[in-house]
Write a protein that binds this ligand. Structure first.
Ligand code: ADP
Ligand code: SF4
Length: 682
C-alpha cells in the first residue's frame, strides 16, 4: 500500500536549528523505568521507535549533577565523562535508523529527595520534597549555587554533544527547579532571579543561551515549557523567550491533563493552549495530545497549531505508528488506550510495559519486536493445529501470534461476542477506548485466513479433544469471587451467601437495579471499584464504597489517576469510607471495622458487592490435564487470567509470550527449572 496524500504534511522534513528531522513524528522525552540502570534495555527500546519511523527520539529526564537525583526512579545521567558511553548506546541506536536523538537536561528542585547522592536538593525556597512524601527538605538556592548550576548545565550539554545527541533541552516545567523560578507563588526571591517576570525567567534565558554556546552549533536547543489559558502570565513569559531556543516543546501546566488517562482526557486536548503560543513564536513547536488518528495529526499540522506531532504513549503502544501511516496501513495502528499502565511501571521504578504492545520493554531482554516474530525453529508448525479456548485479550493475542507464525488456529469462545473482560469493562463509564485492545486484535485476525473464531462455543474437555488439535491454550479467564477473601481478609465474610450479595461479574454483565443502596467493598484499590460506583450511581442508586486503604484507587497513584478518580466519585455523590474492612453482612445491615482501632460501624444497603479477588476459571484446564488423552497433546497450558488474574496488560503479555514460545519451539518458561533470564548486570 502507499501513503495517503492527505498525510504528506506529516512526512515533510523540518529544520530545527542546525539539525533537520526527516518527518514530523517526535517522541518527546518520556520516563521509561530504564534510565541509567538499564542502558541496553533503553537503547533497544528507543532504537525500535526510530526503526518504526519516529523522526526524533528523546531519552528521559537526564540529570546534570548528583544534586539532582531522583533515586529510586530510573533517570538518565550526564554527571561526568563515564556517563557518555551509556548515553551513546541510545544515540547510536536512534541514528542507525536516520532519526535525531534528543536529551532533556534536568534539574530537580523541590520535587526530589536525593536519597542516593545524599546532597541536599536545591529549591527556590527551602521546602519539604513535594512529589513523594519524604522527610527531606531542600536547601534554598543561593547565588553561588546558581553559578554552579549554570556551569553544571554547560558541562552536561558538552557531554551530550560527545554522547551524540542532536537536540539538547532546557527543561523548564513539570514542577522542577526552573518552574519554581517561573512560579510567582513559589519564587519569593528579592534578587535578580525573583520578583518581576523578567527576573523570574532569567535562569531559563541564561540556560538557553549558555547551552547554545556549549553545544557550539552541533545541536539544536529545545525548551520544554508550560503555557496555560488559565494563566495569562505563562504567555507573557513565553513571549519574552519566544525566539530564543530552536524548538519549543510545549504542554499545559497540569500533568494530570497532559498525561491524563482516556477516562478523563481525550485526544488532542491541549490544542487551544498550544495554538495561542504558536502564534507568538517563529520557532517550531512540538506538543503531545495522545495522538493516534492520522486525520487528527494532519489536522493539527495543517491548521498551524504545531509543527511536530509529539508523542509518548502513542509511541509506546505502537513504535511503528509513523511507518504504518507512511505505508498506508492505518488499520494496523495499535492505538494507545490511555490506561497509563506504562507510566505506572515507571512509577514502580521498573521498565515500562504496555497494555496494547506486549513487546514494550522486552526489545533487548527477550529480543521481541513489535512487528516481526523471531525466526522459527519449529518447521512442522504449518501443519499443526492450535485450539485456543477463550477470546479475551490473552486468547486473541495468542491467536494473532500463532496465526502469523503459520499455525492453523481455532478459537472457541463460549459467548456470542469476543473480547472477554475487555468487552465487558469497556462498557463502563469512561472506559470506551479500552475496546481498542479487542478491536485491533480482531482486525489483525481478519488478515489471517488460517485463524478461525467460533463464537457461542462453550468447550468441555470432550469438545477439546474432538477438535484433534496438537496444542491447546486455555484462555478461559477468571471470575470475581463473592466470599470477600482478598488482600485484607483471609477468611470468608459472614453472610456472604445472602441474597443481597451481587458479584462484580453481574454488574459487568449489566445487571444493575435502580433506586437502591449499593455498598461496594473495594479491596482491589484500582479503577474498577470507582468506575462500578459511577455506573451504579448513574442508575439512580445511592452508593457507598468502603476501602481498607487511606484513599480510594490507591494503585491509581502509579497511573496518575488517583486524584481525578476520587473527584469523579465524589462529584456523583458516592459516599467513600476509607480505612475500613468489611466484617459481616446480616440481610441489609453491613458491619465494617476500622483497620486501626477495630471499631465497628453499620451501614444499611440493599446490595453488597465484594470487589476483592478473581478466581481463575481453570475447571477446563484441570479436566483436560486429568484426561488420559492429554498425553496425545503436544502442549497444553493456561494463559492470561486463567493462569493468574491480573491487569489486561498481563493477559496480553501472557498470550504473546505463549504464542512466541510455541512458534519458536521454546519451552514454557514457567515450567523450566533454570530459565534464561537476561539481565544488564548478571
Ligand atoms: P483473559 O483476560 O485471560 O483473556 P477473559 O476473562 O478476558 O480472560 O476472557 C476469557 C474468555 O474465555 C471469555 O470471553 C469467556 O467467555 C471465555 N470462556 C470461558 N470459559 C470458556 C469455555 N469453557 N469455552 C469457551 N470459552 C470460554
Ligand atoms: Fe497507552 Fe496504556 Fe500502552 Fe500506556 S500502557 S501506551 S496508556 S495503551
Amino acid at each position: 500500500m502507499t501513503r495517503d496524500p492527505r498525510y504528506n504534511c506529516l512526512f515533510e522534513p523540518l529544520e530545527i536549528g542546525p539539525v533537520t528531522t526527516r518527518n514530523r513524528f517526535y517522541q518527546v522525552p518520556h520516563c521509561s523505568g530504564m534510565g541509567r540502570t538499564r542502558p541496553q534495555t533503553l537503547a533497544a527500546m528507543r532504537g525500535m521507535k526510530a526503526e518504526g519511523g519516529w523522526g526524533v527520539v528523546c531519552t528521559e529526564y537526564c540529570s546534570i549533577h548528583p544534586s539532582s537525583d531522583d533515586a529510586a526512579y530510573a533517570f538518565a545521567t550526564l554527571w561526568d565523562e563515564s556517563d557518555i558511553k551509556a548515553n551513546a548506546l541510545m544515540t547510536d541506536a536512534v541514528h542507525e535508523h536516520g532519526s535525531l536523538a534528543g536529551v532533556e537536561l534536568w534539574v530537580g528542585g523541590n520535587y526530589i529527595a536525593n536519597y542516593d547522592s545524599r546532597m541536599p536538593p536545591l529549591g527556590v525556597q527551602s521546602r519539604p520534597a513535594t512529589f513523594d512524601i519524604h522527610p527531606v527538605q531542600s536547601k534554598r538556592i543561593d547565588k553561588q549555587d546558581i553559578r554552579n548550576l549554570r556551569l553544571w548545565h554547560r558541562n552536561a550539554a558538552k557531554r551530550a554533544v560527545e554522547a551524540g545527541f542532536d537536540i539538547v533541552y532546557v527543561y523548564a516545567n513539570h514542577g522542577y527547579l526552573l518552574s519554581e523560578f517561573l512560579d510567582p507563588h513559589c519564587n519569593n526571591r528579592c534578587d535578580e532571579y525573583g520578583g518581576s517576570l523578567e527576573n523570574r525567567i532569567r535562569i531559563v534565558r541564561e540556560l538557553i543561551e549558555e547551552t547554545r554556546e556549549a553545544v557550539n552549533g552541533k545541536c539544536a536547543i529545545a525548551t520544554r515549557f508550560s503555557v496555560d489559558l488559565d494563566e495569562p502570565e505563562s504567555y507573557d513569559a513565553f513571549s519574552m523567550l519566544a525566539d530564543l531556543p530552536d524548538l519549543w516543546d510545549l504542554t499545559v501546566n497540569d500533568y494530570h491533563i497532559e498525561m491524563g488517562p482516556s477516562r478523563f482526557v481525550a485526544e488532542a486536548s491541549l490544542q487551544q493552549h498550544i495554538g495561542k503560543a504558536k502564534k507568538i513564536t517563529t520557532k517550531p513547536v512540538v506538543a503531545v495530545g495522545r495522538f493516534t488518528s492520522p486525520d487528527t495529526m494532519a489536522g493539527v499540522i495543517k491548521s498551524g497549531t504545531q509543527d511536530l506531532i509529539g508523542a509518548a504513549r502513542p509511541s509506546i503502544a505502537d513504535p511503528f505508528l509513523p511507518e504504518k501511516i507512511n505505508s498506508g496501513n492505518h488499520d494496523d495502528i495499535r492505538e494507545c488506550i490511555g490506561c497509563n499502565v506504562c507510566y505506572a511501571h515507571n512509577s514502580l521504578k521498573i521498565p515500562i510495559r504496555c497494555t496494547q504492545n506486549p513487546t514494550m520493554g522486552e526489545e533487548w531482554r527477550k529480543g521481541w519486536h513489535p512487528e516481526r516474530l523471531p525466526a522459527s525453529k519449529n518447521s512442522v508448525q504449518q501443519r499443526e493445529q492450535v485450539l485456543i479456548v477463550g477470546a479475551g485479550p490473552a486468547g486473541l493475542e495468542a491467536a494473532r501470534v500463532l496465526g502469523l507464525a503459520g499455525f492453523k488456529v481455532l478459537i472457541a469462545e463460549a459467548t456470542r461476542q469476543p473480547g472477554g473482560r475487555v468487552r465487558r469493562e469497556s462498557r463502563l463509564p469512561g472506559l470506551n477506548e479500552w475496546s481498542r485492545v479487542t478491536d485491533w486484535r480482531l482486525q489483525q485476525l481478519l488478515k489471517l485466513p488460517n485463524v478461525e473464531l467460533f463464537l457461542d462455543s462453550p468447550m468441555q474437555a470432550a469438545d477439546v479433544f474432538d477438535t484433534e488439535s496438537q496444542h491447546v491454550l486455555v484462555a478461559t479467564g477468571s471470575s470475581w469471587a463473592t466470599d470477600g477473601i482478598g488482600r485484607h481478609r483471609q477468611t470468608s465474610i459472614n453472610g456472604h451467601e445472602q441474597p443481597s450479595i451481587r458479584s462484580v461479574d453481574q454488574i459487568l454483565d449489566g445487571e444493575i437495579e435502580q433506586n437502591l443502596t449499593y455498598l461496594i467493598f473495594d479491596d482491589d484499590h484500582y479503577y474498577l471499584g470507582p468506575v462500578l460506583a459511577s455506573a451504579l450511581a448513574s442508575r439512580h442508586n445511592r452508593v457507598i464504597i468502603v476501602c481498607p486503604q487511606g484513599r480510594l484507587c490507591h494503585w491509581g497513584n502509579y497511573t496518575d489517576e488517583i486524584h481525578a478518580t476520587n473527584k469523579a466519585v465524589l462529584d456523583v455523590g458516592v459516599k467513600v469510607v476509607t480505612n475500613h474492612v468489611l466484617e459481616s453482612i446480616d440481610n441489609g445491615s453491613v458491619t465494617v471495622s476500622c483497620v486501626f482501632t477495630a471499631t465497628t460501624q453499620q451501614f444499611i444497603a440493599d446490595r453488597i458487592v465484594p470487589l476483592t479477588r478473581q478466581q481463575p476459571n481453570d475447571d477446563l484446564l484441570r479436566s483436560l490435564s486429568e484426561d488420559p488423552r492429554a498425553t496425545e497433546l503436544k502442549s497444553l497450558r493456561a494463559i492470561g487470567d486463567c493462569l493468574a488474574p491480573g491487569l489486561i496488560a498481563a493477559a496480553v503479555y501472557s498470550g504473546y509470550e505463549a504464542g512466541i514460545q510455541l512458534a519458536c519451539g521454546l519451552p514454557d518458561a514457567h515450567q523450566e527449572a533454570e530459565p534464561v533470564f537476561k539481565r544488564e548486570l548478571p
